[in-house]
Design a protein around this ligand. Structure first.
Ligand SMILES: Nc1ncnc2c1ncn2[C@@H]1O[C@H](COP(=O)(O)OP(=O)(O)OP(=O)(O)O)[C@@H](O)[C@H]1O
Length: 233
């Protein structure tokens, strides 16, 4: 790990089950992610991608090994502090959008701040809404939005608190190719223009192609880790 790394894992093991039936979803993963970069994690089904992301994001605790997020060792935190760390330092984007149906797009975007009792920075909110192209959809509820629009709300929600890192779990998994391209472009801009760090799990080679780096898992181990060729627009 170098000082520019925002997330790192060392010798990460996550075992499920006991005895003969035990599965090492992660079998000893050491990997670090630089701030201000876009990394994609790929690999076959069952290779440990979701488990790795959940351990890195403090949603799951590893059996052994350590995770450091923005200088904080996660195993040193009790559940309450871990929740606070997720709230303060991490943005999440899920395949299924995870918007609250009773809230408008604007309320969904501002929810992480409301929960943290923080006031929105209005200029930043306006810039985000413009960046994600939702200016005329702010009063709509999720059921009134297309999948692509809903995921753009989720991207804005992940960015609104300017987290140290954004984890995206199959963010294009429920989108058609046009909406997928828009969401990937937004994540790319979040890194290039807004200085964010994105770590994304994806099955989609086109999604991985927009990242700076590709980490490939197989059987709970990193089997490939390389810079990707980012197309120059
Ligand atoms: N809660 C659990 N209990 C038991 N085994 C689990 C559990 N969660 C995951 N596993 C096992 O751990 C391994 C890794 O699962 P994981 O979901 O991390 O893979 P993945 O690469 O994200 O797969 P996919 O691409 O299908 O989502 C698999 O063998 C899976 O069956």
């Amino acid at each position: 790990m170098t000082s520019a790394d925002i997330v790192s894992a060392t010798d990460l093991v996550r075992r499920y089950g006991e005895g003969e039936a035990a599965v090492n979803a992660l079998a000893g993963v050491t990997v670090a992610f630089a701030a201000g970069r876009y990394a994609a994690i790929m690999g076959p089904s069952g290779s440990g991608k979701s488990t790795l992301m959940h351990c890195l994001a403090g949603l799951d605790r590893p059996t052994s090994g350590s995770v450091v997020v923005d200088g904080v060792e996660l195993s040193s935190l009790d559940d309450r502090r871990l929740t606070e760390l997720r709230r303060d330092k991490i943005g999440f984007i899920f395949q299924s959008f995870n918007l609250l149906p009773v809230l408008t797009a604007e309320e969904n975007i501002l929810l992480p701040l409301s929960i943290a009792g923080r006031k929105p920075d209005r200029a930043w909110f306006d810039e985000l809404v413009q960046t994600v192209g939702l200016t005329d959809r702010l009063k709509h509820r999720p059921s009134q939005l297309s999948g692509g629009q809903a995921q753009r709300v989720a991207v804005a929600r992940a960015l609104v608190s300017r987290p140290a890192v954004i984890f995206a779990d199959e963010p294009t998994g429920n989108l058609d190719s046009k909406a997928s391209a828009e969401v990937l472009e937004l994540l790319r801009r979040a890194v290039d223009d807004l200085g964010q760090t994105v770590i994304m799990v994806s099955h989609d080679p086109e999604a991985a192609a927009v990242a700076d780096r590709l980490v490939v898992l197989s059987d709970g181990l990193v089997v490939e880790d390389r810079a990707t060729q980012v197309a120059v627009a």
